[in-house]
Design a protein around this ligand. Structure first.
Ligand SMILES: [Zn+2]
Length: 223
């Protein structure tokens, strides 16, 4: 799962407007950001096997630190506590922690059985990546549904930027679809770098959109 992960970030933002969306964009992908770094450092491993699933070529055979259940819980706790300390908002900390953990159950839906319940063993995954159309519909529904809920509760001081948000999300969805039908990545490190650049670009773009006031809370009786 890629773009579908951003659904929970819009829901968390809707629940607590004080949390910057760019921080939530990083939170929901934190496990993958760490995965990219750990693959580059040789701490976690992935094999590129063309045709491994019908959606991508990733044999994710060793990622106990980022994508095991205890690993995901630990990173969620750490991120939640860190946000709590920085923002002094207990509610914000809980929501950021929940956003980080949301990555794991969503990955559980699409991954083959490569998510360990402990260390690098007892692996689970429902394998929806083998049903590309269903995966695409699921991810689109997740991100667009959450975005619609979030936008229904916001207004903007700079009206034009408001409508860039759904265009931006749809463009990201289009890029993901195109990549699913494109050639597999040339190597594990190329895959890791591509993923890290994509997460940085998405978080950077959302920070720019947010700067325009897209995330302003709708005030009672406001426009
Ligand atoms: Zn993941």
């Amino acid at each position: 799962m890629f773009i579908g992960h951003y659904g929970p970030s819009f829901l968390a933002k809707r629940a607590e407007h004080a949390i910057p969306l760019w921080a939530l964009f990083i939170a929901v992908q934190l496990l993958d950001v760490l995965w990219g770094i750990f693959v580059l450092l040789g701490i976690e491993r992935v094999r590129i096997v063309p045709g491994f699933t019908k959606t991508n070529a990733l044999d994710l055979y060793y990622m106990p630190y980022t994508h095991s259940l205890p690993g995901a819980l630990a990173w969620a706790l750490l991120a939640g506590v860190a946000y709590r300390l920085v923002s002094r908002s207990g509610r914000g900390g809980v929501l950021v922690g929940a956003a980080v953990f949301s990555h794991w159950p969503l990955d559980l839906l699409v991954h083959r059985a490569d998510l360990a319940l402990y260390d690098n063993t007892a692996k689970v995954g429902f394998g929806l990546w083998d049903y590309p159309l269903f995966t695409l519909v699921l991810e689109s529904a997740l991100v667009l549904g959450s975005l619609a809920l979030y936008m229904a509760n916001t207004h903007t001081l700079m009206g034009s930027k408001r409508y860039i948000m759904p265009v931006f999300v749809c463009a990201a969805l289009g890029v993901q679809t195109a990549m699913a039908f494109g050639p597999p990545p040339s190597s594990d490190s190329a895959m890791a770098v591509t993923a890290l650049v994509a997460y940085a670009l998405l978080a950077g773009t959302i920070a720019w959109l947010e700067k325009g006031g897209v995330s302003e809370a709708r005030m009672p009786g406001g426009v």
